[in-house]
Design a protein around this ligand. Sequence first.
Ligand code: ZN
Length: 268
Amino acid sequence: MKYIEPHAHMVSRVTDDYERMALAGCLAVCEPAFWAGFDRSSPAGFHDYFCQLTEHEPKRAARFGLKHFCWLGINSKEAEDVKLAGEVIALVPNFLNRPNVLGIGEIGLNKNSRNELQVFEMQVDLAAKHDRLILVHTPHLEDKFKGTRLILDALKSDRRIRPERVIIDHVEEHTVEMVLNAGLWAGMTLYPETKCTPARAIDMLENYGSERLWLNSACDWGVSDPLAVPKTALEMAKRGHLAPAIEKVVLQNPLEFLRQSPSFKAAF
Ligand SMILES: [Zn+2]
């Protein structure tokens, strides 16, 4: 089986994980800019992180034959300080034309605060100005429904944004339908404990079909599994899904969405 890992925080993983992913059939890994598990103290910290995502991580992936792409931006957990966020956002255009950059992400909301929403809109504006794809992080647990609603409203109010060029990640049973109905793509994040288990993700696929949906492992610095996507594909097979249906979710759908980015299209 071949697959694409469309959302993985590889800077948090050991090199052996790249090897295991390559052995499992991974062709490419896409890494959104994210919180480091602690707040960075200055824009310089983000500058170095963006260098890591655009220069160093692609080399580490290439050792195992994996293509590496990334998304750039400031995550919602560090977006409370609007001045810092503005300084970080000002850095992004300098990196946008690097060959592995897909677009702006992961941006979004964490606690649904006013400042987070302001920084989200600043980054949507950045994506619109540069005609880039957008990858959105949605809040967890009780804040998810309201946060997803706020995000969809903010995207809809910016007339430059085409819904088919935006993916809303970490959808769950109570948010997947509103995202798909709005014409956007939806990502299901497979975590061993929280977010979405493989069984829940497959239930959602069975209920809502597989148009504009993809699976990812996130595999950040927390409890997570870099092989969650191929393991879920195996689980789909056990539940009677045929190979073309599995391939659509783990390979064809990511290819379809990501090929809207010229840098991805050049590689696939
Ligand atoms: Zn993430």
